[in-house]
Write a protein that binds this ligand. Structure first.
Ligand SMILES: [Fe+2]
Length: 137
């Protein structure tokens, strides 16, 4: 399929968000402490790893469509905190924004079944993350 500049921009925005999410989750995994550390540290670490995989998928989509993938993360600040509740709130905000970004992208990929499926899988993962976070916040 032929990608519009708008689609390339949207995919690059999603990629920059994944690069930011990766840094945010790695940061929170390092700073979470106390009793919550036991389950939140591995949770944040697995979310960081998931962001790496999502970034890889989106980057490959950009290559396939002939776009140039960004290498910088989103400029949206990563709020430092040692309070796990603040971390979870920031995580929820991040996941909701990613979810919205993929919801916008998905209908634009209808002509390419393979890309559509790949991005849909990411969207499902973001939706799962939002649901999980809503249960613990
Ligand atoms: Fe993601």
């Amino acid at each position: 399929m032929k990608a519009t500049p708008e689609l390339i921009e949207l995919l690059n925005d999603a990629l920059a968000r994944e690069l930011r999410a990766q840094a945010m989750y790695a940061h929170y995994a390092a700073y979470v402490k106390g009793i919550h550390c036991l389950h939140l540290k591995p949770y944040f670490e697995s979310e960081a790893a998931e962001s790496v995989l999502h970034a890889q998928t989106v980057r490959n989509a950009l290559v396939r469509l002939g776009g140039i993938a960004v290498t910088e993360r989103s400029t949206q600040a990563i709020e430092h905190s040692t309070d796990y509740r603040e971390m979870l709130k920031e995580a929820l905000k991040t996941e909701r924004e990613s979810q919205a970004a993929y919801q916008t992208i998905l209908p634009l990929l209808k002509e390419d079944e393979e890309l559509y499926d790949a991005i849909e899988q990411i969207l499902f993962a973001e939706e799962r993350s939002v649901e999980e976070l809503l249960q613990v916040i």
